[in-house]
Design a protein around this ligand. Structure first.
Ligand code: ACO
Length: 165
């Protein structure tokens, strides 16, 4: 498995993975905005076990993290934000999400001077909560009521990045 920076040409495949794995979906231009504005922050996991037969074969993207810097932080502190993370069912529990997150967090701190990283996650999303809290070390910040379109609450989580600078 290869973990590398997301390129604009990956976007249709990342969008497909996002639609398959999550109900929160985005227009193509939003992915492109991430890739062009903060090119070091979004990563893809590519299955390289079967090499492309022709130069035109699309990469087999099995996971991604889409991330950005908060453009107008309300607290005035430069920080990153995880817009979306997912791994295809066939490739879960292999440590890919953890690697994608760590790569992005490191780039936030090293390239953009981010002091912390934030994210929203559904209160019912046990797998992601375990990943963020137990594996990566995020803390609960607050609950945002009815954050999602279907009325579910979000856990707002954050993690300090000072140890990465
Ligand atoms: N149950 C409990 N803990 C889990 C689970 C699970 N099903 N999956 C992962 N974890 C935790 C464990 O602590 C695990 O460590 P361990 O394997 O040593 O026990 C740790 O996370 C790391 O697991 P990874 O293998 O790196 O995680 P994976 O690559 O399987 O991806 C993810 C986890 C992204 C949550 C995946 O299940 C997924 O894509 N789910 C659907 C989409 C989703 O919920 N995305 C997050 C939404 S929030 C947002 O986008 C900001």
């Amino acid at each position: 498995m290869d973990i590398r920076v997301m390129k604009p040409s990956d976007i249709p495949h990342v969008q497909q993975a996002n639609i398959t794995n999550l109900p929160e979906n985005y227009f193509c231009k939003y992915y492109l905005y991430h890739a062009l504005t903060w090119p070091q922050l979004s990563y893809v996991a590519v299955d390289v076990s079967r090499p492309p037969k022709t130069p035109y074969d699309p990469p087999k993207i099995v996971g991604y993290v889409l991330a950005k810097m908060e453009e107008e932080p309300s607290d005035g502190i430069p920080h990153g934000h995880i817009t979306s993370l997912s791994v295809m069912r066939t490739h879960r529990r292999l440590g890919l999400a953890e690697k994608l997150m760590r790569q992005s967090q490191r780039a936030m701190a090293e390239t953009y001077g981010a002091k912390y990283v934030s994210l929203h996650v559904r209160v019912s999303n046990t797998a992601a909560l375990h990943l963020y809290r137990d594996t990566l070390g995020f803390n609960m910040d607050k609950i945002e009521a009815k954050y999602y379109a279907d009325g579910e609450d979000a856990n707002c989580m954050r993690m300090e990045l000072s140890h990465l600078r």
